[in-house]
Design a protein around this ligand. Structure first.
Ligand code: PMP
Length: 365
């Protein structure tokens, strides 16, 4: 048994150890096939089973209604920033973007290549809150309304699903999917890059309501076309087969552990541990995000004061690494520290970090 480091990376991120061990067992010979999944035709019966089982398991985990298609695509979250307008904007040529952090800002910028983007919120570069919906500037003719459910860099997570009065709602759930239960039927499109809560980088999960298919712009690249991918069961071209296989194992792991509700319970417990230390540190640890929109997945904070004392932050990271805690450095846009607490990060892992933070505070305040 290997002693793994404690991985708080924002993505690619920690995978459940059990899944990695399973992959290790099967990597050379998958089942009775005597070949690896990596060497297997995507047109084979064995691969069809991997593809279909992964779909069925995630349908079950998220309670996805029958009128939604599940797609396994490529291009990552960034690919989806283009795919969404290319597939959905042609209705009116306008889309509303609720920008609450750097990832939704990037999505809005990409969408503006393909049509008119209406910014729902006033422009800011300090993302610390989600303005009240009564202040939102929604357009009367948007083809869809877009938001990022969890901003991985700024640590802002929507605690509710926006009410769009019937306009299709599109969300980027790359960094919080499968960590809280929610009503899929409130959405037109949900997408998530795999490399946080789902599996290895390379596959992007897309969940789309069927009536939104068939609207792609003529110039939409085939690999980004939701309608073609849905028609061909995500097998139009060669999919990232190995990533999809590992993703299927992660779905099964979540099911075995108690499903999304249990992941949600753990996410609350883990993040509360860290936020409690921050809140009781007299601003020695400083998280700029307003309490009710703080992410349960990504906890960004500065050390020393609100601007961060870089020497102290360096010392914190070196000390953490000595104790086996890795990838705690904040995103370069905001600096400081970021603890990502995805599904595969255990409660014990979070406890080790909380204990270290407490001791570091006592020794350096
Ligand atoms: N959306 C969110 C919320 C993300 O966190 C990221 C990546 N960290 C992306 C989109 C971009 O994903 P990718 O790197 O797979 O293009």
């Amino acid at each position: 048994c290997l002693e793994s480091a404690i991985n708080f990376g924002a993505g690619p991120a920690k995978l459940p150890e059990e899944v990695l061990v399973e992959v290790q067992k099967e990597v050379v010979h998958y089942g009775t096939t005597k070949i690896s999944v990596m060497e297997m035709s995507h047109r084979s019966a064995d691969y069809a089973k991997i593809n279909d089982t992964a779909q069925q398991t995630v349908r079950e985990l998220l309670n996805i209604p029958d009128n939604y298609k599940i797609l396994f695509m490529q291009g990552g979250g960034t690919g989806m920033f283009a795919a969404v307008p290319l597939n959905l904007m042609s209705e009116t040529g306008v889309a509303d973007y609720i920008v609450t952090g750097s990832w939704s800002a990037k999505a809005a910028k990409e969408a503006a290549k393909y049509g008119k983007v209406n910014m729902v919120l006033p422009k800011t570069d300090k993302y610390v809150d989600i303005p009240d919906p009564s202040t939102w500037n929604l357009s009367p003719n948007a083809s869809y309304i877009y938001y990022c459910a969890n901003e991985t860099v700024h640590g802002i997570e929507f605690p509710y699903i926006p009410d769009t009065q019937g306009i299709p709602l599109v969300t980027d759930m790359s960094s919080n999917i499968l960590s809280r239960s929610f009503d899929v039927s409130k959405f037109g499109v949900i997408f998530a890059g795999a490399q946080k809560n789902i599996g290895p980088a390379g596959v992007t999960l897309v969940i789309i309501r069927e009536d939104l298919l068939g609207k792609a712009a003529i110039a939409c690249p085939t690999v980004l076309d939701f309608t073609i991918m849905a028609k061909d069961n995500s097998l139009h071209n060669t999919p990232p087969t190995f990533a999809i296989y590992v993703m299927g194992l992660v779905f099964q792991w979540i099911k075995k552990e108690g499903g999304v509700k249990e992941m949600e319970r753990r996410a609350i417990e883990k993040s509360n541990l860290i936020y409690e230390i921050i809140n009781s540190s007299n601003n020695f640890y400083y998280c700029p995000v307003k309490n009710d929109v703080r992410s349960r997945m990504n906890v960004p904070f500065r050390i020393g004061d609100s601007n961060g004392d870089e020497e102290l932050e360096k010392k914190f990271l070196v000390g953490a690494q000595k104790l086996g805690m890795l990838q705690l450095k904040g995103h370069r846009l905001v600096g400081g520290i970021r603890a990502s607490l995805y599904n595969a990060v255990t409660l014990d892992n979070a406890r080790v970090l909380a204990k270290y933070m407490k001791e570091f505070y006592e020794n350096n305040k």
